[in-house]
Design a protein around this ligand. Structure first.
Ligand code: PEP
Ligand code: MN
Length: 342
């Protein structure tokens, strides 16, 4: 049976050696793909009949990993170590819980400054805020565009927090990457394959939200697109899926946290705000996500939620966010204790 094979090649290998490995690992119907990460070269053969030992013997080959997974680079078979994404002074996936918080949309300099100060004071590790907003209605506020990115960068300079913001179009990736520490791909874009390829080449970490109707496998294949395009720094974000239930905006699939952490080495963040749609649901779901082992939580915060130009119903006030942050600390301390049941 043919299996996927990842062949890691020495960073000092000559291009000829890389090409020889790719030629040997590929078949006429299924060519091998050369993946270049900073300081690392990998050849991915999604289905190869060539034995691993034959590939391992080729010049320049450091190691060969075999896996049955359709997303070989994202799968844990590839590496026992968990991927840790570092931005500014914040680490995501290092075993702690990173809190990402900020307004759904950047609306003005003052609106952002109030929220940024509050979330920094409460211990957030990353500031969020959308400048390019994917809106269901064409008549809704679409975001401030580059002016919003500039405000986010000003708040990074003022608070010291790294920033995450969404990119909607492949053509805007370079622009957004000039400002952002992490590029967000939203639920509505999870299968925008040209966008995934472009953020794969952007040189910045990517927060990849789960498509609202995507299976875990489709989500991890979307991550694989980014990894295969040359970007090893992908953060997965569960944000709720469509089900028959109508009392919440989406159904937060917390099952995905342990499932995805078993399947991949990538960090997993949970966004209860966009799943809930209602502020009172956010804190309990955030605490549950922390207890479930999420590497991070992403929370919408607004200085005056009732006036928010986007997703007003789900935003926490700075005070509510501060209380949640304190509760999260206690849950993290408790949930990461080893439970011994007699
Ligand atoms: C957001 O985080 O601002 C957002 C639009 O989220 P989602 O893509 O999950 O709806
Ligand atoms: Mn939103």
């Amino acid at each position: 049976m043919s299996r996927a094979m990842i062949v890691e090649i020495s960073a000092t290998a000559l291009p000829d050696m890389v090409a020889a490995v790719a030629r040997r690992a590929g078949t006429p119907g299924q060519e091998a793909v050369v993946v270049s990460w900073p300081g690392r070269t990998l050849v991915v053969a999604p289905a190869t009949p060539v034995p691993g030992a034959a590939l391992a013997a080729l010049p320049g080959v450091l190691r060969v990993v075999e896996t049955g997974a359709p997303f070989p680079l994202a799968h844990r078979d590839f590496t026992a170590e968990r991927t840790v994404v570092r931005v500014g002074g914040t680490a995501i996936g290092d075993g702690g819980l990173t809190v990402i918080a900020g307004p759904c949309a950047v609306e003005s300099r003052d609106q952002l400054a109030v929220v940024a100060s509050a979330v920094a004071r409460a211990g957030a590790g990353v500031l969020r805020g959308g400048a390019f907003k994917p809106r269901t209605s064409p008549y809704s506020f679409q975001g401030l565009g580059e002016a919003g990115l500039l405000m986010m960068a000003e708040e990074r300079a003022r608070t010291g927090l790294p920033i995450v913001t969404e990119v909607l179009r492949p053509a805007d990736v370079a622009l957004v990457a000039r400002y952002a520490d992490i590029l967000q791909v939203g639920t509505r874009s999870m299968q925008n394959f040209p966008l995934l390829a472009e953020v794969g080449r952007c040189g910045r970490p990517v927060l990849l939200k789960r498509g609202m109707a995507a299976t875990v496998q489709e989500w991890l294949l979307a991550a694989e697109h980014i990894l295969a395009a040359g970007n090893p720094e992908v953060i997965l974000c569960e944000r709720g899926i469509r089900t028959f239930e109508t009392t919440s905006r989406f159904t937060l699939d917390l099952t995905a946290v342990p499932v995805v952490k078993r399947l991949t080495h990538l960090p997993v963040v949970v966004d209860p705000s966009h799943a809930a749609g209602q502020a009172y649901v956010v804190a309990p779901m955030a605490l549950a996500a922390a207890a479930a082992g999420a590497d991070g939580i992403m929370i919408d915060v607004h200085g005056a939620p009732e006036t928010a130009r986007c997703d007003a119903g789900q935003a926490l006030t700075p005070g509510e966010f501060e209380r949640l942050a304190a509760d999260l600390e206690r849950v993290v301390a408790a949930a990461r204790m080893n439970l011994s049941i007699a």
